[in-house]
Design a protein around this ligand. Sequence first.
Ligand SMILES: [Cu+2]
Length: 340
Amino acid sequence: MWFSVAARALLGASMATALALPVDPTAPKDPGHTMKLFTLEQMKEAFSNGTLPPINAPVSHKAAPGKEQANALFKVNAVNANAGCSANPNMRFEWREYSDSDRHALVNSIQCLQTRPARIAGSNSRFQDFAVIHQKMSPDIHNNQKFLLWHRYFLWAFEQVLREECGFDRAFVWWDETKDAGHFSQLDMFSPTFFGTMHGCLNDGAFAGWQQVSGGCVSREGTAENTAQCSTSFENYCRGMGNYPDFERCWEYGPHGYGHNGIGGTMAYVEISPSDPAFYMHHSYVDRVYRVWQNADPARRTSISGLTADAISLGGIKPDVTVRDVIDTLDGAMCYRYTY
Ligand SMILES: [Cu+2]
């Protein structure tokens, strides 16, 4: 028969090649998963019907035996370093409270990190080390109880590395997204002066031309409709949750997910989203609201349903810690608070 086995094999191979090639050569090879999303109305309905997915147990959350000692040493150092923290914590200022000089210093230090050599396998810069670690650890740090703690420590580590390796010497920043709900793209953060505009591949601003960890350009393609979910009413609804698993799911699948999609493009993909520096601004808001929720009840600063001894690992960027080291921003490995 004309259509020989060899011809079939050839045809199969060429089809496979054709399928493997992205249509858009700048598109990521493996962008990963999209966000789990509930609008405020869907969230209320899911809670009242009991249909919100149950919170998953972490995939792996016990430190390897060899790491226990390192954790203990870090704990001792951290506690010593932070004696008296609450009397004089580091303040994180909201973007609108941040001076132009501070904004430029922040953006310049992030640019600097991109020029520093990688220390993590599979990365091509010190900035991308964070995205690679986030990508690798993704199954263990999303859709579970560690989500808020892990990202809190990740953001703190990013801040420390900006200070230690790129000379950043200002107070750190946070972004109150509720002030920009429905119109993220109009915020001056998303301008050619700072983080770049929000349409397609980054071709203006401090990070123009940057590549995603998975390949392809860092891009933004958010919609106003998505950013509208990052509202005061949604924040307040989640802040009304009485226990950690409910708050965590409301916050992760609600405004957290919609902030990612509101910026869109690279940020819409869970694993690779830290390839866009806007990730760190978004997660400052996520962490700030977690802290505000914790402040409403002291027990929330010491417990997340029995997981207090579990390991938080950044794959070597900073020492492994435990949940108890990072659950209170004023006691443990860190020492900071938000201006409001
Ligand atoms: Cu994440």
